[in-house]
Design a binder for this molecule. Sequence first.
Ligand code: BTN
Length: 239
Amino acid sequence: MEKYHNWNWTDKEEVGSTNDEALALSKEVTDGKYIISAKMQNQGRGRRGRSWIGLEGNLFMSLLVKVPLSQLGEIIFVVSLSLLESIKNLFPDIDIKLKWPNDVLVKGCKVSGILMEKGEGDYLIIGIGVNIAQSPKIEGLIYPAVSLADNGYKTDRITLLKEYLSCFDKNFDILQNSGFEAIRSVWLSHVKGLGEQIEVRGTKENKIGIFKDIDKNGFLLLETNKGIEKICAGDIFYI
Ligand code: BTN
C-alpha cells in the first residue's frame, strides 16, 4: 500500500471487482481513507444488478471512506460532482454534464458509472468506473456509452485517479464545513435537463414530467399531471 496525500492507495494488476476488494479491506482496517484501483476488472458490478464491462485502459477504482449516516444521501453528489470536475480540470473545453442521480455524460453519453455500497462498520465503498480509453460496443446497454478517447480526450487512469482524489477531498471538506446546499447548488449548475421534460424509469413504473429541482435530501422533483412528485430512484432519459 502506498500513500497519496492522505489516502492509502493500492493499485492491483487484475481483480474481480474493486468494490469487493474494498469490502474485504474494510473488514481489516478501523481507521483512515483507502483507495483500491486495478488495471483490469473482470467481474465489475453496476447499479441494479447490472454488470460493468472491464476494458483495457479504463479506470476502475473504489474509495473506502467513513461517512456519517446522516450524510449518506448527500455524499453521492460529492462523488459525481468531483468526477465531473476532475475530468473538466483535465479537459476544460469538454462538453460534460451530470445526470441524476450519479452519472457523468460526455456529449450526452455515459462516460462513467458509480456504485456505492456499504462496507464494514461505518465505512462506505464508492466504486467508480470511467471509460477513459474504450467504451463498450455492445447491444442492450440501457444508455449509450462513450469514452474520453472516443471524443479525442487522451489521458490515463492514474492521472485521472489523482485528479479525482483532489476534487473529492475538496468537495468532501465543503460538505463538512458548509453543508449540503453548497454542493447541491454547484451540482445543479452542471446537471442536464433541468426545467425540461424527462422520463424516469423505475423498477415498478415509468414517469414523465418536468425536471424541476433536486431537494435538500437529494430527491429529484418531477412535475407530472399529479403535481410535484419526489423521485428517490430510477434511470433518467431525456425526451
Ligand atoms: C453503473 O451501473 O453505472 C455503475 C457502475 C460502477 C462500476 C464501477 S468500476 C469500479 C467499481 N467496481 C465495481 O465492481 N463496480 C464499480
